[in-house]
Structures are given as C-alpha cells and as structure tokens.
Design a protein around this ligand. Structure first.
Ligand code: 4NP
Length: 171
C-alpha cells in the first residue's frame, strides 16, 4: 500500500469587487474541484471583495442559481472585504480583473508575502484573450454573463488543480 504524504497547506484567496458574483463562484468551484482531487486537507480557499458594498451578504441570487445548475453550491458563503492580514495569510491572491488587481496592489503592504496576479493569467485559457485576461463583471448583465464567468472559472481552476497536483507554483 502506498501512503501519500499531504503537502504543506497552501492557501488561495479569490478577489473581485463585491464578493457576491465572481469571487464566491471561483471559491465554490475551486473548493469542489479540490475536494474531487482529494486535496481538500492541504488547500485552504477563501474569497473577498475590494469594496464594502455587500459585506455580510450572501452571493448574488443569479450567480447562486446559475452555479446550482452547474452543481456548485454558494449558499453558505458570505461577502467580506479584503483585509490587510490577507496579504500575509494567503500564499496566492487571484484578482478577477485589472481594477481588482490595481486595488490590491495599492493596498498591499511592502512586506506582504502573498503572490498576487490575475486569475486568467494562470495558464492557457482559450477564451481569456477575448476578455483581455479579465473575468467579466456579470452584475449589470443577463444570465449569459454568469454562464461565461462559470466557464472561465472552470477552466482556470482546472489549471490550478493540475499545478497543485504537480507541485508547481500557481503564479
Ligand atoms: P462581483 O460583482 O465584483 O463579481 O461581486 C459585482 C457586485 C456588485 C457590484 C458590482 C460588481 N456593485 O456595483 O454593487
């Protein structure tokens, strides 16, 4: 019988603006894939927003509904704002778009330990180019926008899982 040793715990924070649409979806999708890959004991996942508008709220109902159709459950999540401690607590912080990334870079303390980048830069994502490597904000649009977000996130998180399996750096 072979015994697989669990790697040192690794932590990932997904960040968008409100933490009610894109980053909670990324959080739930990655959580599901991590569990399916039997990596749940070694990877910690969370999400947060750069803004405070929705602090304490559940994910947007439209995102919850579309995610449920893809068998991802978001109902347990609650929005919070990025905290300065996140820059030390997490190994990786993935921004959904350039504006989120800019906000994070402004907030980032000089001695922060987290590595920060755009989620759609994690690897080869065929549709990413058309979205300028940003997960488009679905908040003011229709259902199609939520589906687009989920598809981009599924591809990006598959790449993250592959990297985790191969002990490769995520950024
Ligand atoms: P998220 O989407 O950043 O993906 O959570 C948004 C949620 C709320 C607002 C904008 C984007 N808002 O303007 O309230």
């Amino acid at each position: 019988m072979s015994v697989e040793l669990v790697a040192t715990e690794l932590s990932i924070l997904f960040v968008c603006l409100g933490n009610i649409c894109r980053s909670p979806a990324a959080h739930a999708i990655m959580q599901t894939k991590v569990a399916q890959a039997h990596l749940a004991c070694s990877v910690m996942i969370d999400s947060a927003g750069t803004a405070t508008y929705h602090t304490g709220s559940a994910p947007d109902k439209r995102m919850q509904q579309v995610c449920a159709e893809y068998r991802y459950n978001l109902s347990h999540l609650q929005a919070r704002q990025v905290d300065v401690s996140d820059f030390y607590r997490f190994d990786y912080i993935f921004a959904m778009d350039e504006s989120n990334l800019q906000d994070l870079q402004v907030e980032r303390p000089d001695n922060a330990t987290a590595r920060i980048g755009l989620l759609l830069h994690v690897g080869e994502i065929p549709q990413a180019n058309q979205f300028h490597y940003q997960v488009p904000d679905p908040y003011y649009g229709g259902t199609n926008g939520f589906v687009t977000v989920i598809r981009l996130l599924e591809t990006a998180t598959d790449i993250l899982i592959d990297k985790l399996r191969n002990n490769q750096p995520l950024i």
